[in-house]
Design a protein. Structure first.
Length: 349
């Protein structure tokens, strides 16, 4: 059900969106009048968050404590929430959308439902990590990696690219999560770089090679550590977070440096809805998330990359500037509907 909602405004989506609409927010009035800068102030905000409460709940609590502004947060899957916003349109009760990846943000920006963010806010992060139309901004960074079992696999034996995992010798040894938003953004990047036909061939070949399916990145990492599989396709921070509770886990991350889709550096980010009448207040939250305090939170608590100057990533990580991410505009990852169609054709969702 969840994946059928994503970016496909069918009858099922309309019914599901109506059922999942937040109950603790008032009906939204018409959008504020056009003008320069953000409009409206308020003592509360409604946030649609594609990031889990365990990850961002504490930083939201910090903001509430420090400002006195109440945050009403609806947590859910990024694609599901994006589809809900698309259905709600100018009547959305959400003030701000906090997405797990740039693809979800791009889908909303593509329909012109975000406001233009102030330039001084956009300038807090490198240009590559905000929308080319100025309607969303990255909050934290994450790199695609291959996590591998250090007892079963030598790093030198990993294939030179993601395509190598279709080889017979990796049959049944690899794990992935086709329902995961970050994986879907990776597939979208693959499509942009190599074309739909190549992406379809890779997905089918991986399926034929008995790639194991998991519900998310954390289960993949744990399966790798347990030796259930030998390799997993995930984001870098899942292993680091699991290692906090399981320091002896027999797994390591491999960062690709080939400029391919397997080296994608994506962002979790946010945008302010045009329908919001609390745009200035929403801007305050974004500034807080991009402050030194906010960025240190994402470094220490979620093991992600900070995006502002003056805050360093964890010392165990390669510098963001050292990662050989593909030459792709993150705004171009908005065609998740096309990716979902490929995944359906491959029988993966």
């Amino acid at each position: 059900m969840r994946l059928r909602l994503a970016f496909i405004l069918t009858t099922l989506l309309i019914v599901a969106a109506a059922c999942t609409q937040p109950q603790d927010t008032q009906t939204q009035a018409s959008p504020p009048p056009p003008g320069s800068g953000l409009q409206g102030e308020a003592e509360s905000l409604t946030i649609y968050s594609g990031r889990g409460e365990d990850l961002v709940g504490p930083i939201f609590e910090k903001f509430q404590t420090e400002t006195g502004i109440t945050l009403n947060v609806k947590y859910g899957d990024t694609a599901e929430l994006a589809a809900l916003i698309l259905e709600e349109g100018s009547n959305s009760p959400a003030d701000l959308f906090f997405a797990q990846d740039a693809g979800g943000l791009g889908a909303i920006a593509k329909e012109d439902l975000f406001v233009d963010l102030p330039s001084d806010l956009l300038e807090l992060v490198p240009e590559a990590f905000s929308a080319n139309n100025g309607q969303w901004v990255g909050i934290s960074g994450r790199s695609r990696v291959v996590v591998y079992n250090t007892k079963s696999v030598k790093e030198a034996d990993l294939p030179a690219s993601i395509d190598g995992f279709t080889d017979e010798r990796w049959k049944g040894r690899v794990g992935w999560s086709p329902t995961n938003g970050s994986f879907q953004s990776f597939v979208t990047a693959y499509r942009k770089l190599k074309g739909d036909a190549a992406a379809r061939d890779w997905l089918n070949a991986m399926k034929v090679n008995d790639t194991k399916v998991y519900e998310g990145n954390s289960p993949i990492v744990k399966a790798v550590g347990a030796g259930e599989i030998h390799v997993g396709l995930v984001n870098h921070y899942y292993l680091l977070n699991i290692r906090k509770d399981e320091p002896g886990i027999t797994a390591a991350n491999h960062f690709y440096s080939n400029g391919g889709p397997e080296a994608l550096v994506n962002v979790a980010g946010t945008g302010i809805l045009k329908s919001s009448r609390a745009q200035k207040t929403a801007g305050e939250l974004i500034r807080f998330l991009l402050s030194s305090e906010g960025q240190e939170y994402f470094v220490q608590e979620t093991s992600e990359y900070p995006l502002i100057e003056g805050v360093e990533p964890l010392p165990t990580l390669p510098a963001l500037s050292e990662l050989d991410s593909p030459d792709i505009d993150l705004s171009d990852l908005d065609d998740l509907e096309g990716t979902l169609e490929l995944l359906r054709q491959a029988g993966l969702i």
